[in-house]
Design a protein around this ligand. Structure first.
Ligand code: ZN
Length: 459
């Protein structure tokens, strides 16, 4: 009996554009082996060089993640389906103090007030609530429009972009007349137009490791409307560190995902995807395109979940991943588990503060520093040459730790700042970098061309 394998949009080009493929196999491993045998270009997307399933690809049998079944040895019954879920870019909130409603608000929210699931109590909680939306784009548009209309008292928005003509196909916060204006300006105007009772707080910034905790800590629910992996991991990690629920949505072409991460006892984004895909393997919306109405559906789901969290109503998406396929018009859901070994929310986290997310997501391009870049960096410099070479001339401020002694002297290398290692020409420092990265020094890089290049290029 063949088993149906659902192929996600990003991988369909490698499977003859099929949305589903029937394969034989007694176990998940056998079925995937047969799948990649008939569609051999899928192999590099599903497996790494060591033949292991890539960590940004999750495989489900029916609604269960195989990591919590018998992994690739999970047996298949005739009616089982396999779903491949790749990562794509694109707890109840604290009890809010109940704010009284004015007569005008009672008229405005009357359709909420007559429902027991919201009612006066829920509406007051919404009025007292503070929600932050990261991004005023495709997902942020419908999410904040509905949050404002619903009466969420304070809505924060983080963005630094200006409205582009190509945004109008889906970013319904902005009008044609807004092209060229900062998105925060047109967003604040539109949201206030819908509901003048809502306070809009704008943060004109690219969210990064140095500002994220400051910005996020003033809100009780975070809505992730980002479109790239570095910011997605940043938002997740900041939410876990601050203990704030992260209402997640992502979109690609015709498919979307939604969930709530980082809630107490719920999984986080890293529990689902421990690592991002290698740069370039999963195209962005700018490269791959996106159906304009898709973020409308997913962003509206995010608004729904945020409102449920705030009003403590219904069953939220905590512990569930919702998959939406606009072409097939289907909603499916997968169970999510908290990974006890998760790097940030597990029992023994290795990430205890925000890291460099560009480097985390693009390690290959970020391990080298040129001599000219070095001048602009505030990094600890480690010279891994021999003492006699160091004595003959070194870069100012460098600490000498010869390569052979490095494994024993790791405690001398700072973990809380950027580190650049160098040698004479760049090959010993590459080995030193492997040692440092292996020991968890995620902010270590090495100097391309070594001391020799620095001598040539310095001015
Ligand atoms: Zn986690």
């Amino acid at each position: 009996m063949p088993t149906t394998v659902f192929i996600p949009t990003p991988l369909r080009p490698y499977a003859n554009k099929s949305a589903r493929v029937e394969v034989e196999g007694r176990t998940v491993g056998e079925a995937l082996e047969n799948l990649t045998r008939t569609h051999d270009r899928l192999r590099e997307h599903l497996y790494n060089e060591n033949g292991k399933l890539r960590s940004f690809v999750n495989v489900y049998v029916n609604d269960s993640d195989i990591r919590y079944l018998e992994k690739e040895d999970t047996p298949l019954k005739p009616e089982d389906t396999i779903t491949i879920v790749p990562s794509v870019a694109g707890g109840a909130a604290a009890e809010a103090a109940a704010a009284p409603l004015t007569n005008e608000e009672i008229r405005r929210y009357s359709r909420h007030l007559i429902m027991p699931e919201v009612g006066l109590e829920g509406q007051r909680k919404l009025k007292a609530a503070r929600v932050l939306c990261i991004g005023a784009g495709g997902l942020g548009s419908p999410a904040t429009l509905y949050l404002a209309a619903a009466g969420v008292g304070t809505i924060g928005l983080v963005d630094f972009d200006v409205v582009d003509f190509s945004n109008l196909q889906r970013q319904i916060l902005h009008s044609t007349a807004d092209v060229g204006r900062p998105k925060l300006e047109s967003a604040a105007e539109r949201l206030t137009g819908i509901n003048p009772g809502v306070r809009i707080e704008t943060h004109e910034a690219a969210l990064n490791s140095s500002n994220a905790l400051d910005i996020l800590q003033n809100y009780e629910v975070i809505v992730d409307g980002t479109d790239n992996f570095p910011t997605r991991y940043l938002v997740n990690d900041a939410c876990v560190l601050l203990g704030k629920p992260n209402v997640y949505g992502s979109i690609f072409r015709f498919e979307g995902q939604a969930s709530i991460f980082a809630a107490p006892d719920g999984p986080c984004y890293r529990c689902l995807y421990a690592e991002p895909p290698p740069p370039g393997l999963v195209p962005s919306c700018a490269e791959g395109g996106v159906l304009g109405v898709l973020p409308g559906v997913v962003g509206t789901i995010q608004a729904t979940e945020a409102i449920k969290l705030l009003a403590a109503a219904g069953e939220t998406l905590i512990g569930r991943l919702l998959l939406f396929d606009a072409l097939r018009m289907s909603f499916r859901q997968m169970k999510l588990r908290k990974d006890p070994n998760c790097a940030i929310c597990g029992a023994h986290p290795t990430i205890t503060q925000l890291i460099d997310y560009e480097q985390f997501c693009n390690p290959a391009t970020a391990i080298e520093v040129s001599a000219s870049q070095l001048a602009g960096l505030d990094a600890a410099l480690i010279d891994v040459r021999e003492p006699y070479e160091f004595a003959g001339g070194a870069i100012d401020g460098a600490t000498l730790i010869p390569l052979g002694t490095l494994p024993l002297r790791l405690h001398e290398v700072p973990r809380d700042r950027d580190v650049v290692v160098y040698c004479q020409s760049g090959s010993r420092s590459a080995r030193a970098l492997e040692i440092l990265r292996g020991a968890g020094f995620s902010r270590a890089r090495h100097l391309r061309g070594g001391y020799a290049a620095w001598l040539r290029e310095r001015v």
